[in-house]
Design a protein around this ligand. Sequence first.
Ligand SMILES: [Zn+2]
Length: 219
Amino acid sequence: MVTIGSSAAEMTAVTPLLDEPGVFTTAGLHPNSADQWNDALEAQIRERAAHPRCVAIGETGLDWFRDHVDRATQTDVFRRQLALARELDKTVTIHCRDADEECFPLLVAEGPARVILHCFAVPHRLDEAIANGWWCSFAGNVTYPKASDLLLAAARCPADRLLLETDAPYLTPVPHRGTPNEPAYVMDTLRAVALVRGVTPEELAAQVEANASAAYAIV
Ligand SMILES: [Zn+2]
């Protein structure tokens, strides 16, 4: 289980959880907060990245949907975190919303060896993501009736490139919609994706666990 720390407050909040078996974390700054980047925060990210349970830099990326932080600032802070991931040989977990035109080329040119597209939302670019060697992480919205293209992408994503996530408290999967999402509900997403892939939930769970170990370089 990877619990995300993509702000100063989140990195502090998850600290007690890192004593729990099987819980890992990330260090980074979310694009919606990119204007909070400063030397002290970079130092905090570097310190957390050195923690044995910290397996990625992120969420980082670009968000043109919520654009209260200007694009130049988002891009600058994204590129700094890509460089940090390369320097520290960390995976990056990518938040990319309505910005794949700019995000994909930056990842190709400046990304580290391991890239996870969190809350995968570009089914028309699945083949490109796979060709680049990235992992695609599907969230609860894959269960929504209007998301058939996303479900189709989850069906044909190569087995070794597929991840599942909650994005809690957002994107609550069917049948819990209307309530805040929580980590346990990832099982509903798992069942929906297993069904469309024609495998048992147990088989898919084992596959996703192996994929997560590879994606985050957890040994
Ligand atoms: Zn996100």
